[in-house]
Design a protein around this ligand. Structure first.
Ligand code: ATP
Length: 769
């Protein structure tokens, strides 16, 4: 498991040391759960052995995931937790044993107390037949319809009671979930988050006869359930609360609640009973309203903590806005989903440093094509990813069940993750509903069955549509590197509303072509691409490392301008290498550069050309390139165009590799030189300079992208090169956020040179040799 070094803000939140409630709001991937885990570690080392800590999540799957992270990740953090916090001054020296921790999902906890209530009432004339668990849908539906009939007899002219089952049941659940216990409160209750204009017909006016009838329906239904020995979740929670309000439960010194935007009022109220009543207890709330996916969500629908009697003031409410998880491209697509479907996000995310490939959109014709695409995609990744790094998620459990069978039948190990025990250690593909992916993450996520009328289930119901939009947003933001969106017949309107450039559209025929290639061949192509990337990263690296020394500039420029073909590059490099002092780290860099060049030459010659394709003729190719790269010099355009031309002509024959490389090198030479020129801006350390530098790297990046695309012409899944991702890692911030300050850029640079960075890897490699 990777080591994490928390940023300053995260660390200060993990070690926030005053008692009382404390809220951390943050965008998807900003490290809320990570901070929660660190905070748990911190509180644990500080609390006494009599204390207990409760960690609560909404979903069982997330609970299992946290337990897994807790087990695996005893030392996932780089930093030591500091001592001396006032909060723990009461801790005695001799009491060093760690306190106990309960990690549980909220509904399991509710069920425990409901069971106690059931035991207590086993001889009560009305409550004696309470069931152990919730009843099947069929039974609940039956009781509901009976209760509705009673109400219809009572109010024969009622309009609201003529609404369909889903509408009415949702409203009754809403009343129960919000713990609205009198008709008077219901009459004046505002349903935050509903847009009145568009959803007039879905809102029920305040102080109306309709609300009276609905409230009576709720009473009738709740009573009938209990009398008939049936149970649903909202009523179960009310009974559990009734129990703990009369029989105080075992209390906790600290409570951490992850994803608490999903909790409705009854769950939040329930949890409040578990906090010890003393002046050293803490409650940490971790949440993100953009990921609120349930209608009854309390915070998620805009209610304030104060409405729960919880006061979170001043620096007790903090925001995390740096996205550490996803790539720039995935985050942009998720933002575009939100923007183009008219939803406004509370916190504007800031990308930290990751670049990758756009999400793949595969719009298949039939369900069979859809399933095949998913299977091929998984098989295709087998060499690069473990199966457990892949999540396949869809809207419903029924579809998840079906996909699990289909994927298993193709010989891939795969498990349906849901409410039963979920083992995160097993190396199998994880199939689940998108709701269950909440709080999880994975290298690769395949969102399946994104069809019209599946998501949103009912686009005419704006509340449902908003929930489903957030569900899709949650699903998309689970992917750390690769995201596939797959549909068949007709895609979800959410996707149709997004601009096409948010995705990389999959040409299904070409995809098949790649899938059919031999595994070894694929691997070679990947390795070739990554070597090219390495080499370019190295140029950059050398330049960055020796920026302050003027003689380096000369040396570097010699290296660059002397480039005509690969032999010349290596010769020049060797020349410099000989001249350098034995201890110079530049010497090592150049050694590895030479190694890379030679290796590249060896591997690239044959394979590179096999996979190059370019569909244009020379002149149209040039025009196209000019349009695409308006800031490129004429010479660069000419060279790029001839590379394409050359490679196309030589596609099937043995090729003149050195001409290819000379074109390629020419571009590098020109564009890197341009960047060099911009160094004066960079040295001025002002805003403009950074911007200019940003555009400089952008040029280089675009060349890379072009070459990458070119080399991997037929490969639609251009996601396999880790090096590619690494190389781009530090670029996005300067490229896309035009207002990055120089200091920030320097932080990024340091990050590039951090331990285990590219330089270290090269040194290690050399040492091994
Ligand atoms: N300071 C950091 N440095 C590097 N990686 C980090 C840092 N903070 C968090 N991460 C990583 O970012 C990813 C997302 O973190 P985490 O799951 O805690 O975010 P989250 O805010 O809970 O996300 P979500 O709300 O989407 O579930 C994890 O892989 C985590 O290891």
């Amino acid at each position: 498991m990777k080591k994490i070094s928390l940023d300053q803000e995260q660390l200060s939140l993990a070690k926030f040391n005053s008692s009382g409630p404390f809220a951390i709001k943050g965008i998807a991937g900003s490290g809320k759960t990570t901070v929660g885990l660190k905070r748990l570690q911190y509180l644990r080392t500080k609390a006494t052995s009599e204390d207990k800590i409760l960690v609560v999540t909404y979903h069982k799957v997330l609970t299992d995931y946290l337990k897994y992270l807790g087990d695996e990740g005893e030392d996932i953090f780089e930093e030591e937790v500091l001592d001396n916090q006032e909060l723990f001054q009461h801790k005695k020296e001799e009491d060093k044993k760690p306190c106990g921790v309960d990690i549980i999902n909220i509904d399991k906890l509710v069920h425990q107390y409901y069971s106690k209530y059931r035991d207590l009432k086993k001889n009560h004339k009305h409550y004696k037949s309470l069931p152990r668990f919730t009843s099947p849908y069929r039974d609940l539906h039956e009781t509901f319809m009976q209760s509705l009939e009673i109400l219809k007899d009572r109010y024969p002219d009622s309009k609201v009671l003529k609404r369909d089952y889903n509408f009415l049941k949702k409203e009754i659940d809403f009343i129960n979930n919000c713990r609205i216990v009198s008709e008077k409160s219901y009459q004046i209750f505002s349903r935050v988050g509903r847009n009145r204009n568009e959803e007039q017909k879905y809102t029920i006016p305040k102080k109306s006869q309709a609300r009276r009838e609905l409230f009576e329906l709720r009473r009738e239904y709740n009573n009938n359930l209990i009398i008939q020995g049936k149970m649903d979740f909202p009523v179960m929670r009310l009974l559990a609360i009734r129990y703990i309000s009369e029989n105080p439960p075992m209390c906790y010194q600290h409570i951490i609640i992850d994803e608490c935007q999903d909790l409705d009022r009854s769950r939040m109220d329930f949890l409040k009973f578990f906090l010890k009543d003393n002046n050293t207890t803490t409650a940490t709330f971790l949440y993100d309203n953009a990921q609120s996916i349930y209608e009854g969500s309390w915070l998620g629908n805009g209610h304030a903590f104060s409405s729960l009697g919880i006061n979170i003031l001043g620096n007790r409410s903090r925001i995390l806005k740096y996205n550490y998880r996803t790539t720039y491209e995935i985050q942009s697509a998720a933002q575009s989903l939100i923007k183009h479907n008219n939803y406004k996000q509370e916190i504007e995310p800031v990308m930290i440093n990751k670049g990758g490939v756009k999400p793949f959109l595969a719009e298949c014709k039939t369900q069979a094509d859809h399933d095949k695409y998913i299977i091929d995609t998984i098989k295709n990744q087998e060499r690069n990813l473990d199966l457990k790094d892949i999540i396949v998620a869809c809207r419903t459990n029924q579809e998840a069940e079906r996909l699990t069978l289909v994927i298993s039948d193709s010989g891939i190990d795969c498990t349906h993750f849901r409410s039963s025990q979920n083992n995160f250690k097993n190396n199998t593909v994880r199939v689940m509903t998108i709701n269950c992916t909440k709080g999880l993450e994975s290298e690769m996520v395949i969102l399946a069955n994104l069809n019209k009328d599946v998501i949103p289930v009912n686009s005419k119901d704006p509340i449902q549509a908003l929930q489903d939009l957030r569900i899709l947003y949650v699903g998309m933001t689970r992917a750390s590197n690769i995201l596939h969106l797959v549909s068949y017949e007709e895609s979800s309107p959410f996707i149709q509303n997004m601009p096409l450039d948010s995705f990389k559209l999959v040409d299904l025929e070409q995809y098949q072509e790649f899938v059919l290639l031999e595994k070894d061949m694929k691997q070679e192509v990947r390795s070739l691409i990554s070597q090219l990337m390495d080499e370019l990263a190295l140029f950059e690296q050398i330049r960055n490392e020796y920026r302050p020394e003027s003689n380096f500039q000369e040396c570097f420029e010699n290296l660059m301008t002397g480039v005509i073909n690969i032999e010349r590059i290596t010769d020049k490099a060797e020349e410099i290498h000989v001249k350098l002092d034995q201890n110079s780290s530049l010497k090592n860099l150049i050694s590895s550069f030479i190694e890379t060049c030679l290796l590249k030459k060896h591997l690239a010659r044959e394979e590179m050309m096999k996979f190059s394709r370019c569909p244009f003729k020379m002149e149209s190719r040039k025009k196209n390139l000019e349009k695409r790269y308006p800031y490129f010099s004429e010479e660069s355009i000419q060279s790029l165009a001839s590379i394409g031309h050359l490679t196309q002509q030589n596609q099937k024959e043995s090729i003149d590799y050195s001409s290819f490389i000379s074109g390629f090198s020419k571009i590098l030479e020109i564009e890197l030189h341009n960047i060099f020129e911009e160094r004066s801006y960079f040295d001025n350390a002002n805003f403009e300079g950074t911007k200019q530098f940003g555009s400089g790297t952008y040029k280089l990046y675009d060349i890379l992208k072009y070459i990458y695309h070119h080399v991997s012409g037929t490969l639609n899944d251009i996601n396999e090169s880790l090096e590619y991702i690494n190389f781009r890692k530090q670029r996005n911030k300067a490229t896309h956020a035009h207002c990055v300050r120089l200091e920030e850029y320097e932080v990024i640079e340091k990050e590039m040179l951090r331990p285990n960075g590219i330089i270290d890897m090269l040194h290690d490699q050399l040492e091994k040799e």
